[in-house]
Design a protein around this ligand. Structure first.
Ligand code: FES
Length: 75
């Protein structure tokens, strides 16, 4: 399908986050978000599940274009 070229089925997205878990699942309570939460979508953050800016190096190294999910809270 369009937009999915080069998607190798054997390549892993997650290289080092909680690898001993069968599946990485995170829950964040909305009440715990003060203003906004910036959540990692590149799987390279050292502050998982939050974005620490590691996507910038990943994008530079690989030519990828990934970035975080920003959840904002209404005031
Ligand atoms: Fe992964 Fe920013 S570090 S999206």
């Amino acid at each position: 399908p369009r937009g999915q070229q080069g998607c190798g089925r054997s390549s892993k997205v997650n290289l080092k986050v909680l690898k001993s878990n069968a599946k990485v699942v995170d829950t964040i309570d909305v009440e715990d978000i003060s203003e906004k939460a910036v959540l990692c979508r590149c799987w390279r953050s050292k502050n998982w599940p939050y974005c620490d800016g590691s996507h910038n190096d990943h994008n530079k190294e690989t030519g990828d274009n990934v970035g975080p999910l920003i959840v904002k809270k209404d005031k």
